[in-house]
Design a protein around this ligand. Structure first.
Ligand code: NAG
Ligand code: NAG
Ligand code: NAG
Ligand code: NAG
Ligand code: NAG
Length: 391
């Protein structure tokens, strides 16, 4: 009787004290629709960064579009966790005339530490500049020291020949930026090596101006195979941190072309020797094309790896440090779109539970819309730590 009375007494208190469940605030808001008078209304390849260095938690997004006139990357800003957006600035690539070609495959990144003359909190933008005659591929680096309002040219990291996905042609593609241990790595897909139809490689810099030699990340012994579209997530924190590089495998043997594979390494600069693993969910689903990988400390002792692809609206999660037998296909909201290389961004101030999906439209669509949606990671939340500058 006493026990029962105690339980009855405690139960309402416990319920009252329980935090309300975390739910998405929205699943499909529009970031950008090309104006009616644009000749080409395609959009694609949305990439998003949360600015944490000054704890503003401002979110910036860019994407590929075809505005009339001189080519640029549009930069949109949100100050409410991705719910509403306005255009903040335009990044013009400067080393060649990109009018009529465009700036493809963009990427945005916030420097967590000073590199060269660029202080921590500098926003970096990259992309693949294609001149009007489609004669070359050019990975340029640009920087903003005022949170994305204005931009300056920094360097050309690498160049290749005309955009052409046939093995034997020698373009480059798809830059991804990551700082590690005093250096910035620019990771990209590279068709210039005569030993590999396409491989994944990177170059490192201590000043963002001069770039080291090309270092392989994923280069298959079979020339025909085309690993592509590097994204990298840090898994874990502090000394135990490791890094996961996910990629698509074009010309893949087996049933699913562009199947998603990954490697795990202690450093993002040493993927070359790491074994290849294939992402197959426990229900047998094999995600394919344009994967994007992030990690959150929420969801279990080892946190949760989340992978998106270009084939399924669902995402694939792993709470076992990337164990290839432990990938779960997760249900997402009905109106969470799938698109060409949909990107994922961990949102701040949501106990590690909220991921922003950035959708740019399917590959090659003549008209598309850039949209965003929130998704909640299953499992335990982490403490809602106040923003620590640079983390
Ligand atoms: C498209 O319409 C906008 C708004 O009316 C106008 O400012 C812009 O100059 C137009 N652009 C073209 C290419 O006609
Ligand atoms: C760039 O190319 C476009 C299209 O060919 C041309 O209209 C424009 O004048 C060129 N701009 C410069 C600065 O040469
Ligand atoms: C693309 O590259 C392949 C291999 O080098 C070449 O045979 C083909 O002509 C190229 N395509 C175009 C449109 O230049
Ligand atoms: C290389 O990969 C291609 C495409 O999957 C396959 O057809 C070919 O048999 C492979 N070659 C070797 C030597 O394994
Ligand atoms: C998202 O919203 C846009 C604009 O309202 C709509 O066209 C699109 O179909 C929606 N996407 C999904 C997957 O529901």
């Amino acid at each position: 009787m006493l026990l029962r009375a105690t339980l009855l007494y405690l139960l309402p208190l416990t319920l009252a004290a329980a935090p309300s469940p975390i739910t998405p605030d929205f699943t499909n808001v529009t970031v950008f629709t090309p104006p009616i008078n644009w000749t080409s209304k395609g959009t694609s390849y949305a990439r998003t960064v949360v600015l944490t260095h000054d704890c503003s938690n401002t979110i910036l997004t860019t994407f590929t579009a075809s505005p009339p006139g001189e080519a640029y990357l549009p930069v949109f800003q949100s100050n409410d966790q991705g719910k509403t957006w306005n255009e903040l600035s335009r990044i013009y690539f400067s080393t060649q005339n990109y009018t009529g070609g465009g700036i493809w495959q963009p990427f945005l990144y916030e420097l967590p530490e000073k590199v060269g003359k660029f202080p921590a909190g500098t926003i970096l933008a990259s992309g693949n500049g294609i001149p009007g005659g489609f004669s070359s591929t050019n990975i340029e680096l640009h920087a903003s020291t005022d949170k994305g309002k204005t931009w300056q040219f920094v360097s050309v990291v690498a160049t290749g020949t005309a955009p052409n996905t046939t093995n034997g042609a020698t373009p480059i593609w798809e830059p991804f930026l990551l700082y590690h241990d005093g250096e910035l790595g620019v990771f990209y897909s590279d068709q210039r090596d005569p030993l590999h139809g396409q491989k994944l490689a990177h170059q490192q810099s201590r000043d963002l101006v001069s770039w080291g030699s090309v270092i392989n990340d994923v280069a298959m012994s079979n020339y025909t195979l085309r690993p592509g579209m590097t994204t990298i997530a840090q898994i874990g924190e502090g000394k135990k941190a490791r890094f996961m590089l996910s990629y698509e495998l074009g010309m893949a043997p087996g049933l699913v072309d562009y199947a998603v594979g990954y490697r795990i390494s202690d450093s993002p600069f040493t993927f070359d020797g790491a074994p290849d693993m294939q992402l197959v969910a426990t229900d047998g689903t094999i995600p394919a094309a344009g994967p994007y990988t992030v990690w959150t400390p929420a969801g279990g002792p080892q946190g949760t790896i989340v992978v998106s692809d270009s084939t399924y609206a669902q995402v694939f999660t792993n709470t076992a440090g990337g164990d290839p037998k432990k990938w779960i296909k997760q249900v997402v909201g009905k109106n969470q779109g799938v698109s060409y290389t949909r990107s994922l961004t961990l949102l701040p101030d949501a106990q590690g539970k909220k991921v922003l999906f950035s959708n740019g439209g399917y590959y090659g669509l003549s008209a598309a819309t850039v949209t965003a949606g929130q998704w909640v990671v299953p499992g335990d939340a982490v403490k809602n730590t106040k923003c620590i500058p640079g983390h």
